[in-house]
Design a binder for this molecule. Structure first.
Ligand code: FE2
Ligand code: FE2
Length: 179
């Protein structure tokens, strides 16, 4: 993976990567045989790549894209206990993710909140209002379609390296686990 992508994720996402909430994501499966953590890092990497391709590389956009990507599915943690069914999960997990974003970062950026809120578009009605949201929505779809056919977005090595650069001990938590 392009080193600039890893650097960008760590630069703007270290606080989220260091959180207890993020740590838990490596223990819940998502899309076949991946974890929420693998999925989330894959979405962040894809989203940064999409920004770079489109020359959307100003600080604010990159920060918003990384933060919203890393937080977009944190609310899905514990889905089997929290939600009655998939329909309720679809509607509620983006809202729960926003609460967690605010708790971890102490920030309430309107563009980040909008991106997380509308990331399930068009499955859930309500389109993103800003370009960060469109990038997240697209990256999430690319990641999901790849993961549903059993392919990983990131190698175990890239995942481990990003977490280590963010100051998180990640040994033994890379790749496929906790089925
Ligand atoms: Fe989601
Ligand atoms: Fe997602």
């Amino acid at each position: 993976m392009d080193e600039r992508i890893k650097d960008t994720i760590v630069k703007y996402g270290w606080k989220i990567l260091q959180s207890e909430e993020f740590d838990a994501t490596f223990h819940q499966t998502h899309h076949l045989n991946r974890t929420v953590g693998d999925h989330t890092l894959g979405v962040a990497a894809e989203a940064v790549k999409l920004c770079m391709k489109r020359a959307m590389t100003d600080e604010r956009t990159l920060k918003n894209v990384v933060v919203s990507s890393l937080c977009h599915d944190l609310g899905i943690m514990g889905r089997n206990e929290k939600y009655r069914n998939n329909a309720q999960c679809l509607v509620r997990h983006p809202l729960d993710s926003i609460e967690i974003y605010i708790r971890i970062t102490g920030e309430q950026d309107e563009r980040v909140i909008d991106a997380i809120k509308h990331h399930m578009f068009p499955l859930k009605p309500g389109a993103p209002r800003h370009r960060e949201g469109w990038i997240l929505t697209l990256a999430d779809k690319i990641a999901a379609s790849k993961e549903k056919t059993g392919r990983a977005m990131l190698s175990a090595g890239d995942t481990g390296e990003i977490m280590e650069r963010a100051g998180v001990m990640h040994e033994g938590k890379t790749g496929m686990h906790s089925f």
